[in-house]
Design a protein around this ligand. Structure first.
Ligand code: GLC
Length: 449
């Protein structure tokens, strides 16, 4: 009898492990979700930070994959990780001065290296020559500057012994390899143990570092020789994160796009969306993540850096379609933001100092306001003000189709009046000075009737 009971119990347990947590998430109304996300939709601008061992090779955070490097050969970066100039307070100041309101740091990227003193691995920062818990100092410094803190956590792990080799792995097989070939290769590896490892680590990250506002899981690639929700137990991860940090925001890379409550915002990467993205016909919260150049991790020889004007445009463009911008910095192996990044942050900050009113709390303008050529419109629904960003500076008069709705207009950077009038044909225009103001992208602030 006793034996039968034990067997029955074992069967029940194995059924639960095979089909992890398919139960529903806690229900939330659309209003409740909007309320939970309201700080984020108002703040609009965050800093992404990709930092890990890949800062040493300095040729892309996927270097281990691209060059098919083995754990043994990658070890030299671990052995030499010693960012002696790491000064999280300076980073936090730079982010704040650029106008960023939140930050998302890679706690672990695909290489598997952990930036905190995790109990569950030796492959962590405290075992490198640097020896200190980076996450701890980082979190304190950014919080002290008033930024909300989030963690990126890679679902992918190219170091963990139980993470099965798949088509995205450095030790992948040829593109036409069969599932059987992969199964043979992965003999002895156990993804159930890896799932447990992830949960233990997420628990550490969301328990030991105070309030964490965002968790950015990355990423899924379901299908042949790929990985998706079952491999990660995505639903279990979402539940865990929400149970530890009830207000936390979760991105949409867990392969749960069709699951109600499985994500909070969508994450178009390195693209300019052409309109406010929709899911099932509904506009959804979204955030584009973008690099200064072509890499997330520090890439010494990469030179395709965007200009300050392009970056500011990216920010207001996102806001004008109801979205956020998460702009990435890849710190160096010494622990610095390299000069190219600092120059751009400074330029954005210079602009934000005078113009952030067109970003914070703003969103897409109501449909009745059509943006004149070479302008981007944002709108603050609370103050009922419209912001017209002049991408290419016009000469003198400029026709504005919504002129009859203007109550008062001024340049945002200096609060100087902009006159507006209607001509004999009923066409409205504003009068701008010939000289372009000393502002990367001048903004006209319009108080609406
Ligand atoms: C991708 C890449 C990764 C980067 C991320 C940022 O998924 O794998 O290197 O961290 O995008 O969005």
């Amino acid at each position: 009898m006793r034996k039968q009971l034990t067997i029955l119990l074992a069967v029940i347990v194995s059924v639960f492990t095979a089909f992890p947590s398919s139960a529903q998430f806690k229900k939330e109304t659309e209003e409740q979700k909007a309320e939970r996300m309201s700080w984020w939709t108002a703040d609009r601008f965050g800093m992404f930070i990709h930092w890990g061992l890949y800062a040493l090779p300095a040729r892309h955070e996927w270097v281990k994959n691209r060059e098919r490097i083995t754990n043994e050969d990658y070890q030299k970066y671990f052995d030499h990780f010693d960012p002696d100039m790491f000064d999280p307070k300076a980073w936090a100041r730079m982010a704040k001065e650029a106008g960023m309101k939140y930050v998302v740091l890679t706690s672990k990227h695909h290489e598997g290296f952990c930036m905190w003193d995790s109990k569950y691995t030796d492959y962590k920062v405290t075992n490198t020559p640097y020896g200190k818990d980076i996450i701890k100092d980082f979190v304190e410094a950014f919080r002290a500057e008033g930024l909300k803190v989030g963690f990126y956590y890679s679902l992918i792990d190219w170091h963990h012994p139980d993470f099965t080799i798949d088509r995205n792995h450095p030790q992948r097989l040829d593109a036409n390899a069969t599932e059987e070939q992969y199964a043979a290769l992965n003999k002895g590896k156990d993804m159930a143990r890896y799932r447990k490892y992830m949960k233990d680590q997420v628990t550490e990250l969301l328990t030991n570092y105070g309030e964490i506002s965002i968790i950015w899981f990355d990423f899924s690639y379901p299908g042949k020789n790929g990985k998706g929700r079952k491999d990660w137990d995505s639903e279990g991860l979402v539940k865990l994160a929400r149970s530890l940090q009830p207000g936390i925001l979760i991105d949409n890379r867990l392969d749960l796009n069709d699951v109600d409550g499985g994500w909070d915002f969508i994450t178009p990467e390195q693209v300019k969306v052409d309109k406010w993205p929709e899911v099932d016909g509904k506009k959804v919260p979204w955030e584009t993540c973008q690099t200064f150049s072509g890499s997330w991790g520090y890439y010494r020889d990469e030179t395709t850096w965007k200009s300050p004007a392009q970056l500011i445009e990216l920010l207001v463009e996102s806001v004008s379609k109801g979205g956020n911008l998460l702009l990435n910095v890849g710190p160096t192996a010494r622990g610095n933001f390299d000069q190219r990044a600092q120059d751009r942050l400074n330029a954005i900050g210079g602009w934000m100092k005078f113009n952030s009113r067109s970003v914070y709390g703003c969103t897409e303008a109501p449909a009745e306001f059509k943006a004149p050529a070479n302008t981007i419109l944002t709108y603050n629904p609370k103050t009922n003000r419209l912001y017209m960003h002049l991408l290419s500076y016009p000469m003198g008069k400029m026709v504005v189709p919504f002129g009859d709705r203007i109550q008062y207009a001024q340049f945002l950077h200096d609060g100087s009046e902009i006159k507006f009038s209607k001509d004999g044909n009923g066409i409205w225009s504003i009068s701008l000075p010939i000289l372009k103001p000393d502002s990367e992208i001048p903004v006209v602030e319009i108080y609406l009737k």
